[in-house]
Design a protein around this ligand. Structure first.
Ligand SMILES: *Cc1c(COP(=O)(O)O)cnc(C)c1O
Length: 328
């Protein structure tokens, strides 16, 4: 099977499992797990921030981050196709008590003047905008990368308005691989960043939230309240440390493979590892492709999504192009 449904389907290989098996561990709720502490310190430093916090998922990292930045009855601005709007089951409303307003069109091409005009200072009638949230890379925009210059302008307008800038950086690794912009350059622009270890990096579980030491101390309490305090979780942090050593620079190969799929099959490619293809009947295409050993996902009645990752090699891409080329 060539499984291109997501970059979350990767399985840890023998070397990653060996690193997990030999990890030094302790009770991380007590702050005693040396491998978790090493991972948090390493990633905080990578992005030029004071501290980081390991979480079981990217959704939790985003929601915990936002709870440190925005209170009940306050507001988050983001685009209409953001992960925090579409794929986190209304967690901001259910647990954070904040409201959202979205801008359109969604994607990496952000109209900064529009966003600036939407920020509201609060008062006796108007809700206060606390956070502007962006997604790097943007999943629904076919993995498109928000340009650094756009982020710099967003940083300026949010700072001017006294609002925070949060980055859902689940795939910020891919943005770095595609543009060469350093993690520190990205890190300098945001008040908080969430990054996924279980997408392109290929670790089995986990995300990190990155920010100031004070904010991470608060995030630690919120994580515990949500049931995200974990114990000998150094086993998972060891997988992440292995991934940081071995799986960041190789992301460029995933991008080349995605580009090839888009070129051969006529899809939308945002410059990283995601391709969307329009077709007559997406559920039917998904089903027949699976019968031919190619797993893809339907994201809309007439749209399928393919994501490349470290368990998809060139032979698998040949197969995908052959099978889907015929079916399309
Ligand atoms: C995968 C993803 C997340 C986090 O998802 P989890 O499944 O909760 O780990 C957050 N944002 C984006 C853009 C993602 O693609």
């Amino acid at each position: 099977m060539a499984d291109l449904r997501s970059d979350t389907v990767t399985r840890p290989g023998a070397a990653m499992r060996a690193a997990m098996a030999s990890a030094d561990v302790g009770d991380d709720v007590f702050g005693d797990d040396p491998t978790v502490l090493a991972l948090q310190e390493r990633v905080a430093a990578l992005f030029g921030h004071e501290a980081a916090l390991f979480t079981p998922s990217g959704s939790m990292a985003n929601q915990v981050a936002l709870q440190t930045l925005v209170g009940p009855g306050e507001e988050v601005l983001c685009d209409a196709d953001a992960h925090i709007m579409l794929y986190e089951l209304g967690a901001g409303a259910a647990y954070g008590g904040w409201q959202s307003r979205t801008w359109s069109p969604a994607g990496a091409d952000i109209d900064v003047d529009l966003v600036a005009s939407m920020i509201r200072p609060g008062g006796n009638y108007q809700v206060r905008t606390r956070v502007v949230a962006v997604e790097q890379t943007h999943n629904v925009a076919a993995g498109a990368v928000i340009p650094l210059s756009t982020l710099e302008r967003l940083r300026a307008v949010t700072s001017d308005a006294g609002a925070f800038l949060h980055c859902d950086g689940a795939r910020i690794w891919n943005a770095h691989a595609a543009t060469g912009v350093s993690f520190a350059e990205y890190g300098a622009l945001f008040d908080s960043i969430s990054v996924c270890l279980s997408k392109g990096l290929g670790a089995p579980v986990g995300s990190l939230l990155i920010g100031t030491a004070d904010r991470m101390a608060q995030a630690r309490q919120i994580r515990k309240r949500l049931g995200g305090g974990m114990r000998q979780v150094g086993i998972l942090a060891a997988a992440a440390l292995y991934a940081l050593d071995h799986n960041v620079e190789r992301l460029a190969a995933d991008h080349e493979r995605a580009e090839r799929i888009a070129a051969e099959l006529g899809g939308r490619w945002g410059g990283t590892n995601i391709v969307y293809i329009d077709c007559a009947d997406a559920p039917a295409l998904v089903e027949v492709a699976a019968e031919h050993g190619v797993l893809i996902g339907a994201t809309a009645p007439r749209t399928v999504r393919l994501i490349t990752h470290l368990d998809v090699d060139d032979a698998a891409i040949d197969r995908v192009i052959e099978v889907l080329g015929k079916l399309l």
